[in-house]
Ligand binder design. Sequence first.
Ligand SMILES: NC(=O)c1ccc[n+]([C@@H]2O[C@H](COP(=O)([O-])OP(=O)(O)OC[C@H]3O[C@@H](n4cnc5c(N)ncnc54)[C@H](O)[C@@H]3O)[C@@H](O)[C@H]2O)c1
Length: 364
Amino acid sequence: MHSIPASFSDRDQATSIFPQQNGLASRRILVTGGAGFLGSAVVRQLCNAGATVTVLDNFSSGRREYLQNGKATDGPKVVVGDICDPEAVEKSLVDVELVIHLAALPFVPDSYFHPKDFFRTNVDGTINMLLTTSKSKSVERFVYISSSEVYGSANRDRMDETHPTLPHSSYAASKLAADRVTFTMSKEIGLPAVIVRPFNCYGPNITQPYIVPEIIAQAGNGNTEVSLGNTDACRDLTYVDDTARGIIVSAVSPRAIGEVINLGSGSAISVRELALRIASLMGKRIEIKIDPSRLRPYDVEKLICDNSKAMRILGWKPLVALNEGLQLTINWVKNNAVHFQSPFSNWYRENKITPLLHANSGKN
Ligand SMILES: NC(=O)c1ccc[n+]([C@@H]2O[C@H](COP(=O)([O-])OP(=O)(O)OC[C@H]3O[C@@H](n4cnc5c(N)ncnc54)[C@H](O)[C@@H]3O)[C@@H](O)[C@H]2O)c1
């Protein structure tokens, strides 16, 4: 593991270097959802490696400023549009060789309220991406970013790619549908594809009230009490730059074509332990309170990744230890204003979820 860097950009440098033989400098790459949390890490690393990057994003949760940070010499070209719109996709595909498809509605609790929107964006949007890409003469590979949520809860020590799939939310069902449709359609249309299943990521460029930012926000708000849902749930957490690097290698490695590949750290932590760990890194003493309104109706109890296939096929392994990554995330929250944008009208989250406001020294 690396020692803790002084800043996000130092870390960025440390984890963004790709071997020359990957030839990224000459590649023309489309990243859908590139303004989002995970997408912006992918875009930054690609730009830093000299790739010519186009981002297709409707900015429903992604942010323009997330495309500007890092040390990219040339930023990405941005096409503002919807992945369900064939014209927008066609426009973004001009001259592109590789497609990395991340755009999606990603926040599980939203999907309880808006399952149709999730299927429209995550499934219909992916079908539209595949169909429009199939007409392109230049695209060589399509990388679909699936999710560990497709598996449901772990029924063995570690979840490899053969673990049964039992989605526990409409979000997970939509990701599994798009994962399988990518697998099948890529064969029907003769488009080489890779399916990547990341486990939970955390880090800077926050867009959604995922568990790590939620705990940081509550602890940072001067509360001694942190309200959580299922504190026994265990998650495999990977620093976002590590996941982004795995995604990029999967887009260029010849051995990845046709494969389904997990990206995760290989160890899990309970939500309770995670909250105590974060509080300790923030120098806070907290009490954990169970808030029944935060309990998920059909929660995934445990996600833990078997990453041996990623190690074997991509030569990938996570580089950032949990405490290092959490500290980088805490530092980022202290220095950045975060607003969660509503992708829906009458968004329930505005009242229910702690905004990351007060941790930001009054910037909001
Ligand atoms: N964050 C994680 O822990 C995690 C884990 C596994 C898989 N994933 C997957 O990674 C991808 C990115 O997730 P994220 O956490 O970065 O979420 P995010 O909300 O930050 O990113 C989603 C991006 O897609 C864009 N988008 C949404 N709908 C769109 C549409 N119809 N057309 C064009 N752009 C659209 C958003 O504006 C945003 O920039 C998703 O596919 C998600 O399922 C994320």
